[in-house]
Design a protein around this ligand. Sequence first.
Ligand code: MN
Length: 298
Amino acid sequence: MPAEPDRRPLILVCNDDGINAPGIAALAAAMDALGEVYVVAPATEQSAVGHAITVRDPVRAYPWSFTVPSGEVPAYAVSGTPADCVKLAVNQLLPRRPDLVVSGINRGPNTAVNVIYSGTVSAATEAAILGIDAIAFSLCNWEAQDYHAAAHYAQRIARTVLTHGLPPGILLNVNIPDLPLEAIKGIAITRQARSRWEESFAERRDPYNQPYYWLTGRFVNLDDGDDTDLEAVEQGYVSITPLQHDLTAHAYRAMLNRWDWGELSATAGPSTSNGHERASGDASAEHERTRGSSGPYG
Ligand code: MN
């Protein structure tokens, strides 16, 4: 939804590199020109935690000193994940529902399959789940030092999203090449490249002679398309990929419906299960789950 024109938009800034990372300082500064900025970000680095949330431990929010060009803005360092930060901010810490959630600017790319592991993207995904427009920003260099050009594009893209609004459930994943501003060729609308990590584990011994393992890996691009996020960044463009959290492979439902699933499927009928697994204390959700459990999953 586009922001209401008669008041400054409230912009929540989050990340996964932690509240002291240089990328979030650059992003908050870039958002300062567009609206009222709140920063709610993990107290420590949470890269590659994906969409993890904290449910077995308390989550604490420590008021934090955070300065943007116009002065100090409200900020909290949170003892949780990026998704926790967005949930907590929207439910408890912000004075009203934000008009936009921005996440980043991440140190390192979130192109291709990295989207799945990314805490940066997950903060934006959480906002999209809550029905709030959201953008994830990543600078495509693990050793990135200069966030100037990335912040310039972050501001331009956030301004455009505030003007147009995003469709429900859709977030933008933005990857910015680590180039000087004048060397960036512009913006390309892309798709996620097919790729994988070929993993390996270094095995070492701890001081008690017990083995431990450290994940390493080699990124493999399996996609030679010219419209992918990887290709756009490679060619010097800022990549914008629209993402959705509905992971249903809609095209394959018809195929699966044609398979012979044996006796159970013949009588099951359409399941109305809506997956409210977490709402165990919620009577209405409990009722819905019970009502939906007549199929083969019940
Ligand atoms: Mn990160």
